[in-house]
Write a protein that binds this ligand. Structure first.
Ligand SMILES: N[C@@H](CCC(=O)N[C@@H](CS)C(=O)NCC(=O)O)C(=O)O
Length: 227
C-alpha cells in the first residue's frame, strides 16, 4: 500500500484529458512527490518506457507505482483511491453508488469523448455539425444526471467529476471550432465546472484553455500531415 518512500512516475501529456484525470486524483490525495514524464506521441517518438509499461495500448497515461504499471485513466483513478485511502474518497462503500459512478464515467468515455474530438478534428462542416449535435445531446444527459447536486455523486467530489472535469479545459476549443456556446446549452454543467475548478487540486491540474486550443491546432495539422 502507500508509503512515504513510494516511487511514482506518471507517463503524461499535459493537454490530455485522460492524463489530467490522474493529475487531479493525485493532487486530491495530496501526492506531489511524483515525476511527470511528458511523452511525444507523434513521429513514432513514444518512449521505450511507455512501450514497455503499456505494451497493449501504447497510450498515456500510465502510472508507475514502485516499478509496477497501471494503465487506463479511470482504472488509475480508482487505484489511487484504493491505495491512498487517507484522504476523502472518490468511491464509496456502497456497491450501488459505485456502480452508478462507473456507469457515468464510462458514459464520458463512450459518449462525450468521441464527439468532442470530432468537433475540432472534423475536416468538413457536416461532420462537425453532427459531432456537435451528439456532444450537446450527451452533455445534456450528464446535466440531467447532475440535477441540482453539488457534484455528480452528491456532496462529495468523486469519480464522475474527475472523469468529466478535464474536458472543461477543452470547452473553449470545442466552442471556437464548433461556433457554439456550452453555457447556452448546458448552464448547470458550467456552474458545476466552476465549482470543481475552485478546488485547489482541480485548479492547479487544469491547463489553460487558450494553450489547449493552440495545441489542438497543432494536433490537427499533424493529423492532416502538415508539419
Ligand atoms: N482509454 C484511455 C485513453 C487514453 C488515450 O487515448 N491516450 C492518448 C492521448 S490523449 C494516447 O496515448 N494516444 C496515443 C496513441 O493513440 O497512439 C484512458 O482512459 O487512459
Amino acid at each position: 500500500m502507500a508509503d512515504n518512500d513510494d516511487k511514482i512516475i506518471l507517463l503524461d501529456v499535459w493537454a490530455s484529458m485522460f492524463a489530467i484525470r490522474v493529475r487531479i486524483a493525485l493532487a486530491e490525495k495530496g501526492i506531489t512527490n511524483y515525476e511527470s514524464k511528458e511523452e511525444d506521441l507523434f513521429n513514432h517518438n513514444k518512449s521505450p518506457l511507455l512501450l514497455e509499461m503499456n505494451p497493449v495500448h501504447k497510450k498515456i497515461p500510465v502510472l508507475i507505482h514502485n516499478g509496477k504499471p497501471i494503465c487506463e485513466s479511470l482504472i488509475i483513478v480508482e487505484y489511487i483511491d484504493e491505495v491512498w485511502k487517507g484522504h476523502s474518497r472518490f468511491m464509496s462503500t456502497d456497491p450501488y453508488y459505485n456502480s452508478q459512478s462507473r456507469f457515468w464515467a464510462d458514459f464520458v468515455d463512450k459518449k462525450i469523448y468521441p464527439p468532442s474530438n470530432r468537433i475540432w478534428r472534423a475536416k468538413e462542416s457536416t461532420e462537425r455539425e453532427t459531432a456537435k449535435k451528439e456532444f450537446i445531446e450527451n452533455l445534456k444527459k450528464m446535466e440531467q444526471q447532475l440535477g441540482d447536486k453539488c457534484y455528480f455523486g452528491g456532496d462529495t467530489f468523486g469519480l464522475v467529476d474527475i472523469a468529466l472535469i478535464p474536458f472543461y479545459s477543452w470547452f473553449h476549443t470545442y466552442e471556437t471550432c464548433g461556433n457554439f456556446s456550452i453555457a447556452d446549452e448546458c448552464p448547470n454543467i458550467i456552474e458545476w465546472a466552476k465549482r470543481c475548478a475552485q478546488r485547489e487540486a482541480v485548479h492547479k491540474s487544469l491547463p489553460d484553455m487558450h494553450k489547449v486550443y493552440e495545441q489542438a491546432l497543432v494536433y490537427k495539422m499533424h493529423r492532416l500531415g502538415i508539419h
